[in-house]
Design a protein around this ligand. Structure first.
Ligand code: SAH
Ligand code: SF4
Ligand code: F3S
Length: 410
């Protein structure tokens, strides 16, 4: 049987896309392989969001490409967002790459795979059933890491064009997955034993399929029997409405967690970023969420060093962080991405200054996170246990109803 090794960079959407490719390859008889050296096919799923993400992917691809020469017949595929940005130039840059499939082709990935591994010809038995376009299927158990949680993409692409962001260029315009496909994917997964589903989209709140918007999709899916918990990510603050929060508050099926990327605390910077909200509007949104969902974890993405950000404006971000008290946050230094609106702005901040701001931001958030976690000492949490710790095999891992990861030693 042929085997495949996956290396996935980037966000949860990329993880879901890798799962989709795994499922298509499994239908063609491929088995998972834990070692790149021993696999017949290596798939590298790439991210373009920051320069460092591309650097990491490039060096891994180069590593695979040079090791590949020692192994006759091995194939190396590069897929995802960097594959979209660079296209076949990647093949020239790194000899040894056999195929490049960009992120915009993910909905038609079944056709690409069929072109290279026609069912029933190259490998394995034909399991029947043509790949459904644009929706993730349940993975054969041999491929899945955990049998209780899974992703379902509900929309792809982004129309927001935040000034710093490459995603709209590499993922394309917003497209919503038909409601019927979302519903059947959820049912199929729940029947296979999945307890928790995370709906994915660059901005899930933009979901709209034949008049069904995101709050309606959530209330319909919440009726699914056997489904214990629903999560979703990411919500753009400009589109996070009271109605959405009402839907979440009205059913016990939703995780008590909202990821709401704020990016910055200065109105001038938010406007330059094209985020379409102010810091005070964002704080009102937090107040509304905390009134309806007092125990909810709120998490965020924050960026420092956007072009022209002054020290005083950076301090406004720190101020917002102190007020918001996010449970955790992903924090980044601005990275220039060619082709975006911000790429043509004069930065006016040294790399050293950006790094100093990032360190200060992380120090503050770490302190807030520690205080929030300390407050939870002695509390009883409902935890969905997902997997056994792999390296030390000491504990079970899981997640509470919010965003907190939990280790249970036993
Ligand atoms: N769709 C999501 C975010 C996708 S990218 C949203 O709108 O919230 C994830 C995070 O990466 C962003 O929230 C942002 O904080 C960060 N990011 C995006 N582009 C970046 C860049 N050029 N430099 C640094 N961080 C960036
Ligand atoms: Fe990027 Fe903004 Fe779209 Fe998020 S909403 S993916 S940050 S352009
Ligand atoms: Fe990266 Fe593409 Fe996700 S750029 S963050 S993998 S949408």
């Amino acid at each position: 049987m042929p085997s495949v090794y996956f290396q996935t960079f980037g966000c949860q959407m990329n993880s879901a896309d890798s799962d989709e490719i795994r499922a298509l390859l499994a239908e063609r008889g491929f088995l998972p392989c834990g070692s790149p050296a021993e696999s017949d096919l290596i798939v590298v799923n790439t991210c373009s969001v920051r320069e460092a993400a591309e650097r990491r992917a490039r060096s891994r691809i180069a590593e695979f490409a040079s090791a590949k020469r020692a192994r006759a017949g091995q194939r190396l595929w590069v897929v995802g967002c960097m594959a979209e940005r660079l296209g076949d130039k990647l093949k020239e840059e790194i000899p040894g790459v056999d195929l490049v499939i960009g992120a915009k082709r993910m909905e038609r990935i079944g056709e690409a795979i069929e072109a290279h591994f026609p069912k029933g010809i190259d490998v394995g038995a034909d399991t029947g059933g043509v790949a459904k376009i644009g929706i993730s299927r349940h993975l054969p158990p041999i491929f899945s890491k955990t049998a209780v949680t899974d992703f379902v993409p509900v929309m792809r692409g982004c129309d927001n064009y935040c000034a710093y962001c490459i995603v709209p260029y590499v993922r394309g315009n917003e497209r919503s997955v038909p409601y019927e496909s979302v519903e059947s994917a959820v049912k199929e997964k729940v029947d296979a034993g999945i307890k928790e589903i995370t709906f994915l989209g660059q901005n899930v709140n933009s979901y709209n399929y034949n008049g069904i918007d995101f709050p309606e999709l959530l209330s319909k899916i919440a009726e699914t029997s056997g489904l214990a918990r629903i999560r979703f990510t990411t919500s753009h603050p400009k589109d996070c409405t009271e109605r959405l929060i009402e839907v979440i508050a009205s059913s016990g099926k939703f995780a008590s967690h909202t990821h709401l990327p704020v990016q910055a605390g200065s109105d001038r910077i938010l406007s330059l970023m094209n985020r379409k909200y102010t810091a005070s509007r964002y704080r009102c949104l937090l107040d509304m969420i905390r009134t309806r969902l007092p125990r909810a974890d709120i998490t965020s993405d924050i960026m420092v060093g956007f072009p022209t950000e002054s020290d005083a404006e950076f301090r406004e971000t720190l101020e917002l962080l102190r007020a918001a008290r996010f449970t955790t946050a992903f924090m980044f230094a601005y990275s220039k991405r060619a082709g975006t609106a911000a790429a043509s702005m004069e930065e006016g901040i040294s790399q050293a200054e950006k790094m100093a701001r990032l360190t200060e931001l992380i120090t503050l958030q770490t302190e807030i996170t520690r205080e929030i976690y300390e407050k939870a000492v002695g509390e009883e949490l409902e935890v969905l246990v997902t997997e056994r710790q792999q390296k030390r095999d000491l504990a079970w891992m899981g997640q509470d109803a919010g965003c907190k990861r939990v280790l249970i030693s036993c």
